[in-house]
Design a protein around this ligand. Structure first.
Ligand code: FE2
Length: 269
């Protein structure tokens, strides 16, 4: 299964060991950016079918927890058996491979969810938040050929800073407006991180630590078990943007609630 989809270098044992060490060496967020990851015949077929899907903004822009509007800009189709790539992404070989790459040591039953995504042109962006309250691994795959920094839509990584500088712009998670402050600042002060930590009583500075271009056949993978890995997506310009995100978790009670709405499932171990 893996060798049908993945370029051989990423299945080479010595290279996997190097990637494990590369990730472990990261001082804060534990992540890898892997280029030319999939075999292009498989990825191109996935993109061809992706472009014919219908995506729902409603499903992606409202909280599963309390149905409140979230500050995000995408539309989603939850992956199920009808989608190309399901056999790979919902296989135990794949989830075990991801766990190995990011050195996630877990023998519990694994739950996963895949959002196939479409971001319209001039998307607003996605405010700083963390996925780690519910998940242990996040894996994002990008489909966008010749994407430029000037096209926007960058995946941004942030760390909370010990300092609180007066000069840091004080902003919050505005809904329904373009979040240009994500593009224009490397330090921001906020009291509300996408509805998650820190809570409304605290104003905290966040410092930008990296930006990932959402380029074709690029995979971003992160172990978010122990590090909150705050991230955002900067607003985009003329071009639509596509790809998918997969989460892997083990928290039985939480995931059972999610499963009803998301098409997520348990992976046989
Ligand atoms: Fe996220």
């Amino acid at each position: 299964m893996l060798s049908k989809w993945i370029n051989p270098i990423y299945l080479d044992e010595s290279y996997i060991r190097l990637l494990q060490q590369t990730l472990l060496a990261k001082p804060e967020a534990k992540y890898l950016v892997l280029d030319n990851f999939f075999k292009t015949n498989k990825l191109d077929e996935m993109i061809r079918r992706h472009n014919r899907l219908e995506f729902s903004e409603q499903l992606d822009q409202y909280s599963h927890v309390d149905n409140s509007k979230v500050p995000y800009d995408s539309a989603v189709k939850f992956m199920d058996e009808s989608n190309y790539g399901f056999d790979l992404l919902f296989s135990k070989e794949w989830s075990n491979y991801l766990k190995r790459l990011v050195s996630l040591d877990c023998t519990e039953e694994t739950f996963t969810e895949v959002k196939l995504r479409y971001h319209k042109p001039h998307a607003n962006g996605f405010w700083i938040h963390t996925d780690s309250l519910r998940w242990k691994i996040v894996c994002i795959v990008y489909f966008n050929k010749d994407w430029k920094v000037s096209d926007g839509g960058l995946l941004q990584l942030w760390r909370p800073d010990e300092c609180s500088l007066e000069t840091a712009p004080r902003v919050d998670a505005y809904l329904d407006s373009k979040m240009n402050y994500l593009t224009n600042n490397v330090r921001l002060k906020t009291s509300s991180v996408g509805g998650c930590r820190p809570d409304d009583r605290d104003w905290v500075d966040f410092v930008l630590t990296d930006q990932i271009v959402p380029a074709y056949n690029r995979v971003f993978i992160s172990n978010i078990e122990k590090n909150l890995t705050y991230h955002s997506v900067s607003p985009s310009n003329e071009r639509a943007r596509t790809g998918f995100v997969q989460w892997i978790g083990v928290d039985e009670d939480l995931q059972k609630i999610e499963m009803k709405q998301s098409g997520g499932r348990w992976i046989d171990q």
